[in-house]
Design a protein around this ligand. Structure first.
Ligand SMILES: [Zn+2]
Length: 97
């Protein structure tokens, strides 16, 4: 393995990071936590909404919106299986369009 002149800290300062959820290398920063890419942050907020509003209020719009974000993550090479494992509540069998 070749030694890289770039240390971990200089990599960090470049603003690029791997999303903690889907693994996507991104420059984006989420609203509250810049360790996640935007679609993952959106999904997490959706998960909060599901907890707060309940399944009944979430079902009319939630699963469809969730699937759109998931498709976006998959399209750019994110690990959807990891995303699902990260927020099991949002991907529970009863949360379906
Ligand atoms: Zn992500």
């Amino acid at each position: 393995m070749t030694r890289s002149p770039y240390s971990r800290s200089s990599f960090k300062s470049s603003g690029v990071f791997a999303c903690q959820c889907c693994g996507h290398q991104t420059r984006e920063s989420g609203q509250d936590d810049d360790r996640f890419c935007n679609p993952c942050v959106e999904l997490m907020m959706m998960g909060n909404t599901l907890s707060d509003d309940g399944l009944e209020n979430f079902l009319p719009w939630g699963p469809k919106a969730r699937d759109q974000w998931v498709a976006k993550i998959a399209k750019r090479g994110g690990d959807v299986a990891k995303v699902r494992a990260f927020m099991p509540r949002l991907f529970a069998p009863e949360v379906a369009a």
